[in-house]
Design a protein around this ligand. Structure first.
Ligand code: SAM
Length: 282
């Protein structure tokens, strides 16, 4: 259901001169059935503050408010969108806070009551760094209790990829280490204005109470980046980029040095991260 007092999004875009800019990853959703589906897929929002990154003209923002979100904090970099969003805020008094700024430089935890939910049709150019930042949050469990996010299909596949598959890599290890991640549904490129070149997917990530296995997030990030940086090589070679002799590290973690990154499960990467963090560089 959409608030009858707001005009159609096409009219909003025309009136506020919101021609999509590629540099800001602007692919707008104008189909209110679809934005409603995304909002509903995040579960009941009545008791939650929601962070939305990149509200643009506000299609998903409206849907989140209509779905009953207690409060939406919407962070938008494009100044042109702010007056359009203020019109929505006026229809939902006290429930929409608009922050003009760069989401990558915003301390989101400070803006909401925990546990919040993060729900967004992300700008594709910063989708991965945003996700990695949310996954590296300290302390854990984090200030949010779910992420419901639109990614390019190929990125979504990497987030949920299992060991031994081509898509398995840094993103899958970091995401599945601390969350349960799954693809909810695909969205055809023609649902966006303008259409991007590829299919998109909505992904749900729910934080685990405790990570799959103990590891320091920075150490895990470093060993995973090194291992997958040269994914075709055996670990005894690829891990040299850590600046240490890989063999004692692999021995400590009880990993066969002739294995390749994609053969290691997340627990094995955590063992490697623990060995890396424990060993003082000589
Ligand atoms: N939520 C809207 C929708 O679904 O129609 C717009 C989604 S569009 C894919 C991405 C939005 O993110 C754009 O409005 C863009 O201006 C905004 N954006 C891009 N970079 C940003 C950044 N660094 N911080 C905050 N917003 C950003």
């Amino acid at each position: 259901m959409t608030s009858p007092s707001l005009p159609p999004l096409r009219e909003v875009i025309a009136r506020h001169g919101l021609a999509a800019q590629k540099s800001l990853g602007q692919n707008f959703l104008l189909d209110l059935n679809l934005t409603g589906r995304i909002a509903r897929s995040a579960g009941s929002l009545d008791d939650h503050d929601v962070v939305e990154v990149g509200p643009g003209p506000g299609g998903l923002t409206r849907a989140l408010l209509d779905a009953g979100a207690r409060r939406v904090v919407a962070i938008e970099k494009d100044r042109r969108c702010i007056s359009a969003l203020e019109e929505i805020a006026a229809v939902y008094p006290g429930r929409l806070e608009i922050i003009e700024g760069d989401a990558l430089a915003t301390d989101m935890a400070a803006l909401v009551n925990a546990p919040a939910r993060i729900i967004a049709n992300l700008p594709y150019n910063i989708a991965t760094p945003l996700l990695v930042g949310w996954l590296q949050t300290e302390p854990w469990p984090p200030w949010y209790d779910s992420l419901t996010l639109m990614f390019q299909r190929e990125v979504a596949e990497r987030i949920v990829a299992r060991p031994g598959t081509k898509a398995y890599g840094r993103l899958g290890v970091l995401a599945q280490w601390r969350t349960r991640a799954r693809i909810l549904f695909d969205v055809d490129r023609r649902a966006f204005t303008p259409p991007p070149s590829v299919t998109s997917s909505v992904v749900e990530l729910v934080p685990r109470n405790a990570p799959l296995s103990e590891a320091d997030p920075r150490a895990l990030e470093r060993v995973v980046a090194a291992a997958f940086g040269q994914r075709r090589k055996m670990l005894r070679a690829s891990l040299k980029s850590l600046g240490r002799d890989p063999l004692p590290l692999l021995e400590q973690a009880q990993i066969d040095p002739t294995k390749r990154a994609e053969e290691l499960d997340i627990e094995a990467f955590c063992a490697l991260a623990r060995a890396f963090a424990a060993e003082r560089p000589s």
